[in-house]
Design a protein around this ligand. Structure first.
Ligand code: MN
Ligand code: MN
Length: 309
C-alpha cells in the first residue's frame, strides 16, 4: 500500500529529512541528479564543523517548493532527483576520506547521474573533480570563493581545504586557462599569494573588481572563460558573512545572497557536469541563514539543469 497516497503528505517542516523532500535513493541508477552529503571537516584549518552541513542543509531545504517562477521550471518534475545520503567518510583521516568521496562520485557519474554534493570542507572538491574528470575529461572550473585555495601545502600537508585547486591543476583535472575564480578577497599570508594563484594560469576575479563591474559583467567574463565541460564549486564564504556567517574561514565584503542567486543564474546554458556547495558550518550559523542560502543555491542549480531539458 502507498501509505502517503492513503494519508497524504505532512507539512513541509515535517517528515523524514531528505534534500527538498526528494525521495531517498539507495543507488544512483535511474537518477538524473544524485544529491549527496560529504560530512567531513578534517581538512579545515580554522573553524571546524562543516561535517554537520549536509544535515543542516537538508533540515532547512523543506521549504523549497515545486515551481521556480524565474526559471519557469518545476525541477522535480523535469528531473529524477534523489537524495543518496552521505558518503561514508573517515573522520580525522583525510586521505581515506578523499578516496571514499572519489569512489562514491565515480559510481554516481558511471550511473549517468549528475553529482550534486553538499560538503564538507573544500578539500572534498578534489576527489569530486577526480571522478568527474575521469568521466568527462579535462574540466573548466568555475569557483565561487573568497580564497583561491591554491597553496602548495597547509601545515606541511598537501591535502587541505586550501590546496585542492593546485592539486587539480597538477593532475590535469582542470584546464586553468578555461577556469575562473570569483570573489577572491581578504588578507593572505604573503604579498605573492595571489600572484602564485595567477601563475597557475587561472583567471581571478577579485571581489573588489567584481563589486566595481557588477554581477552581469562578472557573469560575462565567466562565460567567455570556460569551455565545456564545466564543474562548478561554490564555497559559501564567497557570500558576505552578513548572509553566510556559518562558515569556517569568513571574509568580510562579499556577495549578497541576491548576487549569489544571480551568479548561479548567470551560468544558464553552460554544459555543467558537476556541482558542490561547501564550507557551510552550522555551529556558527545563527538562524540557519547560511544553510538556507546553500539550499537555495542548490535549488537554483537544479532549476538550471532542469531548464536545459
Ligand atoms: Mn573559502
Ligand atoms: Mn574554498
Amino acid at each position: 500500500m502507498d501509505w502517503q497516497a492513503r494519508f497524504g503528505r505532512p507539512p513541509r517542516y515535517a517528515g523524514v529529512s531528505t534534500f527538498a523532500h526528494v525521495p531517498a535513493a539507495t543507488s544512483p541508477d535511474g537518477l538524473d541528479v544524485a544529491v549527496f552529503g560529504v560530512p567531513c571537516d578534517s581538512a579545515t584549518t580554522y573553524r571546524s564543523g562543516a561535517r554537520h552541513a549536509p544535515a543542516a542543509i537538508r533540515a532547512v531545504s523543506g521549504l523549497l517548493r515545486e515551481y521556480h517562477p524565474w526559471w519557469r521550471v518545476a525541477p522535480f518534475e523535469a528531473l529524477r532527483v534523489g537524495d543518496l545520503g552521505d558518503v561514508p567518510v573517515v573522520p580525522a583521516y583525510v586521505d581515506e576520506t578523499l578516496r571514499a568521496v572519489r569512489d562514491w562520485t565515480a559510481g554516481v557519474v558511471e550511473a549517468g547521474a549528475f553529482p550534486m554534493a553538499m560538503g564538507g570542507d573544500h578539500s572534498v572538491t578534489l576527489p569530486l573533480v577526480r571522478a568527474v574528470a575521469a568521466r568527462h575529461g579535462t574540466l573548466s572550473l568555475v569557483q565561487f570563493d573568497s580564497h583561491p585555495d591554491t597553496w602548495d601545502t597547509e601545515h606541511g600537508q598537501r591535502h587541505g581545504h586550501g590546496t585542492w585547486v593546485r592539486r587539480a591543476v597538477e593532475e590535469g583535472l582542470i584546464d586553468p586557462a578555461a577556469s575562473v575564480q570569483v570573489g577572491i578577497r581578504g588578507s593572505v599570508d604573503a604579498a605573492g599569494d595571489l600572484d602564485e594563484a595567477r601563475a597557475l594560469g587561472l583567471r581571478l576575479i577579485p571581489m573588489d573588481e567584481a563589486a566595481e563591474i557588477g554581477v552581469a559583467a562578472v557573469v560575462a567574463r565567466v562565460r567567455e572563460t570556460v569551455r565545456s565541460p564545466v564543474y562548478v564549486t561554490l564555497d559559501i564564504d564567497a557570500a558576505d558573512p552578513s548572509c553566510a556567517p556559518g562558515t569556517g574561514t569568513p571574509e568580510v565584503g562579499g556577495f549578497s545572497a541576491r548576487e549569489m542567486l544571480a551568479l548561479v543564474r548567470g551560468l544558464r546554458g553552460l554544459p555543467i557536469v558537476g556541482f558542490d556547495v561547501v564550507e557551510v558550518c552550522p555551529a556558527f550559523d545563527p538562524g540557519q541563514i547560511t544553510a538556507l542560502l546553500a539550499a537555495n543555491l542548490m535549488y537554483e542549480m537544479l532549476c538550471l539543469l532542469a531548464s536545459r531539458g
